[in-house]
Design a protein around this ligand. Structure first.
Ligand SMILES: [Zn+2]
Length: 234
């Protein structure tokens, strides 16, 4: 049974456990919880950063799903489930549509928010991979952890990473930044004390963070390409 006391990530009811080995985290398959008890009165007492971060983690699907589809189509990922992908896309759209109810503590929005975070466990089970909820934006967030002393939470850096990497998939960045801003999450790297050099460095090594094929390709981004992509995020 899982009893989340914060909504900082979408990992509250997944069949994967994040274990650390030699300073690097990896997802290890475990069991899906049989039940989840989430009490909003408890969750709302968590520090605001930990309440909001889950939204940044959740919208990773905007880039994670095209990354997964790309990898699957190229034969670089075996695990894929069309129904799970359709559901994930719809859930993400709906949560973004309801985003203003999150900082406003609208109970109906929060029930959906917690439910969707919890359902990521089900989507990952259906897909047999965490990749339905984590792609190049997560690789970037892991890389940023390695190259900077950022105090960003997982969801904050993943949310920024989603906006940062979206243009590589031909997805507009502005509406993602708008959604992050509505919720009260950071929308540029300067405001959280991360330099352009650190972002560029993280982008160039992100592809090495996991054995996942994503839009970053096998060779990753050159410094020049990373600099171009990072423009407008400061
Ligand atoms: Zn995540």
């Amino acid at each position: 049974m899982s009893v989340p006391t914060a909504t900082a990530t979408d990992a509250m009811a997944t069949p994967f456990a994040i274990l650390w080995e030699e300073g690097r985290s990896k997802a290890v398959k475990g069991a899906t919880p049989l039940a989840l008890v989430a009490d909003l009165d408890v969750i709302w007492k968590a520090p605001p950063k930990l309440q909001l971060s889950g939204f940044g983690d959740y919208i990773a699907k905007i880039t994670a799903i095209p990354d997964l589809e790309l990898a699957y189509m190229l034969g670089r990922e075996r695990n894929y489930n069309e129904l799970a992908v359709l559901m994930a896309q719809q859930f993400a759209e709906q949560l973004i549509f309801m985003a203003d109810g999150i900082p406003g503590k609208d109970p109906e929005t929060w029930e959906t928010y917690v439910l969707f975070l919890a359902l990521d466990g089900m989507l990952m089970s259906m897909c047999n991979t965490t990749r339905i909820a984590a792609g190049s934006e997560h690789l970037f967030a892991y890389a940023l952890d390695e190259v900077s002393n950022t105090k960003l939470s997982h969801g904050e850096s993943v949310g920024l990473g989603t906006a940062l990497l979206a243009p590589l998939h031909g997805i507009e960045r502005e509406w993602i930044l708008e959604a992050l801003s509505v919720v009260g999450l950071p929308t540029n790297f300067s405001e959280v004390g991360v330099s352009k050099e650190e972002v560029v460095k993280a982008l160039t090594i992100a592809h090495k963070m996991r054995d996942w094929y994503t839009i970053l390709g096998d060779k990753g981004l050159s410094e020049e390409a990373a600099g171009r992509l990072a423009r407008g995020m400061f």
